[in-house]
Design a protein around this ligand. Sequence first.
Ligand SMILES: Nc1ncnc2c1ncn2[C@@H]1O[C@H](COP(=O)(O)OP(=O)(O)OP(=O)(O)O)[C@@H](O)[C@H]1O
Ligand SMILES: [Mg+2]
Length: 266
Amino acid sequence: MTQSQINPQNGQPLLDIRGLHKRYDQLEVLKGVDLSMQRGNVVTLIGSSGSGKTTLLRCVNMLEEFQGGQILLDGESIGYDEVNGKRVRHGEKVIARHRAMTGMAFQQFNLFPHLTALQNVTLGLLKVKKLHKDEAVALAEKWLERVGLLERRDHYPGQLSGGQQQRVAIARAIAMNPSLMLFDEVTSALDPELVSEVLNVIKGLADDGMTMLLVTHEMRFAFEVSDKIVFMNQGASKSRATQGAVRASAIATTGGVSQKHTFLIL
Ligand SMILES: Nc1ncnc2c1ncn2[C@@H]1O[C@H](COP(=O)(O)OP(=O)(O)OP(=O)(O)O)[C@@H](O)[C@H]1O
Ligand SMILES: [Mg+2]
């Protein structure tokens, strides 16, 4: 059972992003994004290539600096604090602690090729969480079983299919017991026949109450699994709409029809 499942709902959003601004030099990618999610929520980000979806996830995990706004995770300000009216970056220790509150899975699985599936999952448990070996192995086996790969525990990534490698990568992230899971197009690099096995794992985790922020192009899956779908288009402004309106807008804009720069939250 994960932390996100055992913590009681206390009304405070698990993730609360307010007015997030992010620039790469002259390019303003996020122009005041607001997004909040409760524990147990599944939120999916959709939007065209370059609209800032990955950037938003990376800001939550402090893999990117951001220039304005606030990200509150479980009530804690990620990345920066206000001290005497000045914005001050947290020290590396605090950032590392905050980073550990989220788990991330990417399009590229980034498994260590010289380690078995089990060793890939236990690595962080041993080195970061400092668990005893027996404990780490038990936890890794539990999560490998959860993603349907216990019998492959001693296989190296090169001996696993893409879908299996991605499931190991998901097990590795979740074994660290994050409060929030970030998934960035985790099925995009997979052969079509392997996509559903990964989506099924994510759906199972959602059903178990894990809090997740997803980026995916699998629209049917997104509508099936999400409590909220956020449509990003240049991150310029935001408005709230009914689910039907957002669907219509998402479809229209995905088809290149809409010229509006909107950030819609349903
Ligand atoms: N490290 C970087 N340096 C400069 N510009 C960047 C950097 N990373 C991303 N960008 C730019 O920021 C914008 C948003 O990129 P981002 O990767 O967040 O988009 P995305 O919505 O995830 O797109 P995709 O659907 O293609 O993954 C793009 O214009 C991109 O070129
Ligand atoms: Mg991206």
